[in-house]
Design a protein around this ligand. Sequence first.
Ligand code: CU
Length: 138
Amino acid sequence: MRILVTLILLIAVAAVPFCKKAAAPDAPAARVSFTQPTDGATVVSPVKVGMSVEGMSVRPAGEIVPGTGHFHILIDVDTPEEGKVVPADDKHKHYGKGQTETELELKPGQHKLTLLFADGMHQSYGPKMAQTIQVTVK
Ligand SMILES: [Cu+2]
């Protein structure tokens, strides 16, 4: 009997490291970034865009799972505040299948591109989970 109790205790102790809480959206390490294009770049349409997140993980849209979300690219618009649902139109693109790259058709000229992470119900994680860059399309 004592051996059994000891065994159970050992298993419980061994399991502790796996019970760590998922990273909260406001964990200091969590952030998103464009892997391409770079800020200030001159590019040609269609523009190849790469999306990356640290401190959280990508998950297809559909349900809210703490520490996860999907990417959005906002074109020439402001970043929705935390908790606001990201609109779905040609200035707010959703990558709800969990995509991390895409190509954007952009008109020639200067554009502001914002990469934004939002939860499974498309609710913005706010400016702290966004990155804005400027590009010039030839
Ligand atoms: Cu979305």
